[in-house]
Design a protein around this ligand. Structure first.
Ligand SMILES: [Zn+2]
Ligand SMILES: [Zn+2]
Length: 119
């Protein structure tokens, strides 16, 4: 997600709340954008690939902004409550978005990570 702070735009992961700091290269976390400014960072994506599970009820995906997704499509959300104020603590990623983001990270030359597709 994006917010404006002291005249600059800050981008942070919708799932863990980590800021993407455009001014400090060493602090940069790779991130992939979804719809409406939603963002997932690589650590969250890795966790999502490992932990996604089918839902109990139809759900909304923060990244593709689809509503009433079939519960049989696995989804992931950050297991810990997100402390950052103003952040959506219930950001959810569907498997389609998780796979799409994994593909994008895998193709990014700056990201030292490759997706080992298991299914
Ligand atoms: Zn994150
Ligand atoms: Zn989605």
């Amino acid at each position: 997600m994006q917010r404006t702070e002291q005249g600059g735009i800050i981008i942070s992961c919708d799932f863990c709340g980590t800021d993407w700091d455009a001014y400090d290269e060493s602090q940069q976390r790779p991130m992939v954008e979804g719809h409406r400014g939603s963002v997932i960072c690589l650590p969250c994506l890795k966790q999502a690939l490992a932990e996604m599970k089918p839902a109990a009820d139809p759900y909304f995906c923060t990244l593709c902004v689809r509503e009433k997704i079939e519960p049989s499509l696995p989804r992931w959300f950050h297991p810990a409550p997100v402390p950052s104020p103003g952040l959506n603590a219930h950001a959810v990623a569907c498997r389609d978005c998780i796979h799409q983001a994994a593909g994008k990270f895998s193709k990014d030359q700056d990201v030292p990570w490759r997706w080992e597709r298991g299914d």
